[in-house]
Ligand binder design. Structure first.
Ligand code: COA
Ligand code: AMP
Length: 619
């Protein structure tokens, strides 16, 4: 039996011992005696620790103070910087002092709406240091999305910057923040604003504090131990409605799982350079730019740029060479973009990638063509793996760190030790191997996975009711005879655009508000670059022709309501939408029509003649 199989068995048979042993890799203020409390579904209920201590202070105390902890590479500003663990400790403890000075206390929420700058990472760790709960909001979200999050988690302080930088343009954050605070019912007492030279902003008197001034005046503060079950962060993610779900992550289970994953899934340990080319606004950024690599004593890279165009498709490989990156993690979209710009992989050939041992992909489906292309060009293992914001760390993977290298194209790997997957049909019956159904995970979920949704226990519980005893992932999947799990896409109205999880239901709510729109449906169309892109089917009021003005109006509403990442690829005007006799829009049919898939006319369709018209509209 392989080591991975042995651990799968051990974690399945005796999860409490397994995770209690894994927890010993951390330093606890009080080591938990109880691994798991079934009544409250809580890991390490009597343990106390500080996540920041384990990610920062502990490495300095253990003699790694001079080692690089964080490398900042920003091709969009033409700058880079490096922080050793000692420097990180200094920055983080002073940032924590700055937060304390601004009135933040243990348990308070802090919203972080920032670009990919080192101060954002210091701020996340600073919150962890004082037991405050951060909620990072992706910088590409528009003001109404920020407002929803402010209203839901009610932060004492918002941390932001004067601007973010996208290729070719500077995004003024301050007007977005002001608009969000104007829209929200909850008014944070303070905002602390980092001025960036690329675009400075005016500060609002009475509310805004200049980051640099406050930081300079702050004294360093130490770590506040918290209960393992206390929240570390809230990260909002798209659900099927316009209201995002506030996934709550605890401290003890999270640190245990991430620390374990670095060694056993990714195969890295203290001193190795690990680079997740994602954004801190997403779960990948939380887990594998910030917490995972730092908990393991690795060097992590914060990249403010794009896979192409900053300045070219060679930037990943040049940086991997420059910093001797051992493991790189990115989204398949990034590889598709690189391939499009450099089809022969010339930039790859020009780089010395001898340090690189594996490339990991996640966040969306890795299409076999892209995966095989990059595997061939790199000549290294390319490992697809699957997880979600709710889960917090990989649940399906080829455990490279355990010596697994067999990759089955089309599959995201096997269950990671600790996760017990089941596939069931809609009636709740287990399906045979090789059959697609609802992808479920047996309870209890291992450490690191969510245990609640902020302010919304009912919505959390809803994730467990359809299949009692199981978490419903929302993905369709299939497990083959050898235990490889194949992810087939979502079973709900969530789409994945360039690795960004978005709700089509939310887009529909926005489009329906357009003055000329009677009804609409938004579905994800396959997209060669971004995996999926939203397409809006729109029925206009009688007498109103769908013209360029209406298209522009709808596009602007989505960009200003959700953010530019949700920009629809097309708006299609149709006479009517395909519906069931009970009035439900047949979104799967729309998706098939758009993607040119075989059309199966549903028995329940109210009027099948609409299909011909839709096919004509799509042409
Ligand atoms: N702040 C503000 N705006 C942002 C933003 C941010 N953090 N991120 C993206 N946007 C904007 C872009 O500027 C763009 O605006 P535009 O429509 O006005 O041009 C829009 O959102 C779409 O951006 P993006 O999805 O990045 O598309 P693109 O066409 O500019 O770039 C890729 C294409 C492939 C280079 C890009 O999608 C990419 O890097 N994908 C990989 C994403 C990734 O790593 N995801 C990981 C999640 S795990
Ligand atoms: P997020 O919560 O933003 O990380 O998005 C999670 C969703 O992205 C999952 O439910 C899947 O639908 C999709 N996803 C993530 N990783 C993969 C993968 N490796 N293959 C297919 N889909 C994936």
């Amino acid at each position: 039996m392989s080591r991975a199989e042995a651990l799968r068995e051990e974690a399945g048979a005796t999860p409490e011992q397994f995770w209690h042993k894994a927890a010993q890799a951390l330093q606890w203020e009080r080591l938990p005696e109880t691994a798991y409390d079934p009544e409250n579904d809580a890991w390490f209920p009597d343990g106390r620790l500080n996540t920041c201590f384990n990610a920062v202070d502990r490495h300095v105390a253990e003699g790694r103070g001079e080692q690089a902890a964080l490398i900042y590479e920003s091709p969009v500003t033409g700058s880079s910087a490096q922080f050793s663990y000692s420097e990180l400790l200094d920055r983080v403890s002073r940032t924590a002092g700055m937060l304390a000075e601004a009135g933040v206390e243990k348990g308070d929420r802090v919203v972080i709406y920032m670009p990919m700058v080192p101060e954002a990472v210091f701020a996340m760790l600073a919150c962890a240091r004082i037991g405050a709960v951060h909620s990072v909001v992706f910088g590409g979200f528009a003001a109404p999305e920020l407002a929803k999050r402010i209203d839901d988690c009610r932060p004492v302080v918002v941390l932001s910057a004067s601007c973010g930088i996208e290729p070719g343009r500077t995004i003024a954050y301050k007007p977005l923040l002001d608009q969000a605070i104007a829209l929200s019912a909850h008014k944070p007492a303070r905002s602390i604003i980092l001025q960036r030279e690329q675009l400075r902003c005016d500060l609002s008197e009475g509310r805004d504090i200049d980051w640099e001034t406050a930081y300079a005046a702050a004294s360093p503060v130490g770590c506040t131990p918290v209960a393992a079950t206390d929240p570390l962060y809230i990260l909002y993610t798209s659900g099927t409605t316009g209201t995002p779900k506030g996934v709550v992550r605890d401290n003890g289970g999270h640190a245990t799982a991430l620390r374990w994953s670095m060694e056993h899934i990714y195969g890295v340990s203290a001193g190795d350079v690990y680079w997740a080319a994602s954004d801190i606004g997403w779960v990948v950024g939380h887990s594998y730019i910030v917490y995972g690599p730092l908990l393991a004593g690795c060097t992590t890279i914060l990249f403010e740029g794009k896979p192409v165009g900053t300045p070219d498709a060679g930037v990943f490989w040049r940086l991997a060479e420059k910093h001797r990156v051992k493991v790189l993690f990115t989204a398949p979209t990034a590889i598709r973009a690189i391939r499009r710009a450099d089809p022969d992989g010339e930039f790859i050939d020009e780089s010395d990638l001898s340090s690189l041992q594996a490339l990991f992909l996640a966040g969306e489906r890795a299409d076999p063509d892209t995966l095989l292309w990059i595997a061939e060009k790199l000549g290294k293992p390319v490992i697809d793996h699957w997880w979600q914001t709710e889960i917090g760390w990989p649940a399906v993977a080829t455990c490279f760190g355990l010596g697994e290298t067999e990759v089955r194209v089309g599959s995201a790997g096997r269950a990671v030790p600790g996760f017990r997957f089941r596939v069931k049909d809609d009636a709740g019956d287990a399906v045979a191997p090789g059959t697609v159904g609802n992808l479920l995970i047996e309870q209890p979920l291992p450490p690191g996975a969510f245990r609640s949704l902020w302010n919304n226990p009912e919505r959390y519980a809803a994730g467990f009711v359809d299949f009692p005893g199981h978490y419903t992932s929302g993905d369709a999947g299939m497990i083959d005879d050898d235990g490889f799990i194949h992810i087939m896409g979502r079973t709900d109205d969530i789409i994945n655009v360039a690795g960004h999880r978005l709700s089509t239901g939310q887009m529909e709510e926005i489009v329906a508000n357009h003055e000329h729109v009677v009804e609409c449906a938004v579905v994800g169309a396959s997209d060669e670059l971004k995996g999926e892109m939203p397409v809006a089917f729109v029925v206009t009021r009688s007498g109103v022709d769908g013209g360029q003005d209406v298209v522009q109006g709808i596009v602007t509403m989505i960009r200003e309501g959700i953010g530019p990442i949700a920009t629809p690829r097309t708006v299609l005007f149709v006479d009517s939408l395909p519906k069931t006799r009970s009035g439900k829009v047949l979104r799967n049919l729309l998706r098939s029509i758009l993607n040119g898939d075989e059309i199966v006319v549903p028995q329940t369709i109210e009027d099948a003649s609409v299909i011909e018209k839709l096919l004509a509209a799509v042409e």
